[in-house]
Design a binder for this molecule. Structure first.
Ligand SMILES: NC(=O)c1ccc[n+]([C@@H]2O[C@H](COP(=O)([O-])OP(=O)(O)OC[C@H]3O[C@@H](n4cnc5c(N)ncnc54)[C@H](O)[C@@H]3O)[C@@H](O)[C@H]2O)c1
Length: 331
């Protein structure tokens, strides 16, 4: 599959680097509104640079487009890409409203395409093990899921950066970061039925909303929570509690730091065992599994319904936090 990456900022460049060993996806083109500073990167990766998305949409040699632009651009650009007959891999969040997500998913379905989505965390060995244990019933009946993913990597950025604008980050850091966790919880225990959220600016000099707290209700009485803080050093923890045991996964650093995850597994006698799982190229795994699904060789693990549900959850979080933490039902 010959692909173009749109948006050559932090993550667009990371994607190209992660895809380097792939013999399934070859990134031949890169598009950004500013390309002057990208000459060395383009040379290192044998990349043709363009400044206009249409240049790659009109190029018959390009099969697929990978979208890594600011969040508020995703919907319009995704629809353009699909209308041009190119397979789409979209970075998260797919869209900022459930209607937007539906428009994209409908367009994908009409073309009989497979939508790729940048929730590579589901490929982390530790999270694959959590999913396996839950589905195998090893934790008994699931009671509660909780996660805290926080970092201060953007704490000192300019207040004008898109990442902290309401237009692109209406749910603060959850819009970019916490959506991986809501996606993982959806894969684990299904779509939440109700959401209650609070976002705030706690530190006076914070560049945007620096605290997000979400409470979730799932079917069968399962409860959950997700917290994202934007001014504390890196913390990443996911815990799943069941009637027969619990599992906790702690990450030692951001996805691109290449550090192992630590896992604690506790049985019904409260006996603990520990595992350290090395980091792996989960971005490559996600992209290659999508390429296999596009080629009809396998089924992609993110169903359109799950992708849609995650944007419903994001939309409900935004609504709740803008309406005094009102409880929002998800239909
Ligand atoms: N999957 C992950 O783990 C992960 C990690 C980080 C970021 N992301 C996602 O990647 C996306 C980009 O984030 P980032 O951190 O790279 O942001 P960034 O600001 O570093 O990069 C965005 C790039 O898009 C370019 N751009 C803006 N408008 C454009 C247009 N009309 N056409 C082409 N390019 C345009 C900008 O010039 C910039 O270079 C976001 O959706 C973000 O959530 C995903």
């Amino acid at each position: 599959m010959r692909a173009a990456v749109i948006g050559l900022g932090w993550w667009g460049k990371q994607i190209i680097t992660y895809l380097h060993p792939s013999n399934k996806i070859q990134v031949t083109h890169g598009v950004d509104v500013q390309v002057e500073h990208l000459a060395d990167f383009a040379k290192d990766h044998a990349l043709i640079l363009e400044t206009d998305l249409n240049a790659v949409l009109n190029n018959p040699d390009i099969d697929a487009v990978i979208l890594a632009t600011p969040h508020s651009m995703h919907e319009e650009q995704a629809l353009q890409i699909i209308a041009a007959g190119k397979q789409l891999f979209c970075e998260k969040p797919l869209a900022l409203t459930s209607q937007g997500a539906k428009r994209i998913l409908d367009a994908v379905q009409k073309q009989n395409f497979v939508l790729g989505i940048g929730h590579e965390r589901r490929f982390e060995p530790a999270l694959e093990e959590v999913l396996r244990a839950v589905k195998a019933g090893e934790l008994g009946q699931i009671l509660h899921v909780e996660a805290n993913v926080s970092h201060n990597l953007f704490a000192k950025m300019s207040a004008s950066n898109w990442r902290v604008q309401d237009q692109d980050a209406p749910a603060g850091a959850l819009t970019a970061l916490g959506v991986h966790l809501t996606d993982f919880f959806i894969s684990l225990v299904g779509c939440p039925t109700h959401v209650r959220a609070k976002t705030g600016r706690v530190l006076k000099d914070a560049v945007g909303k620096d605290q997000v707290m979400v409470q979730l209700d799932f079917k069968e009485g399962i409860t959950g929570s997700v917290t994202c803080l934007s001014t504390t050093p890196f913390h990443g923890r996911i815990t799943v509690f069941g009637s027969l045991g619990w599992i906790e996964v702690k990450e030692n650093g951001n996805v691109d730091w290449g550090l192992p995850s630590e896992m604690t597994i506790t049985n019904s006698e409260a006996k603990r065992s520990f595992k350290s799982l090395p980091a792996s190229n989960v971005v490559l795994k996600n992209f290659e599994s999508w390429a296999d699904a596009v080629a009809g060789k396998s089924v992609y693990r993110y169903t359109p319904e799950q992708i849609y549900n995650n944007i419903q959850v994001l939309e409900a979080i935004v609504y709740s936090s803008n309406h005094s933490s009102e409880i929002v039902a998800i239909h």
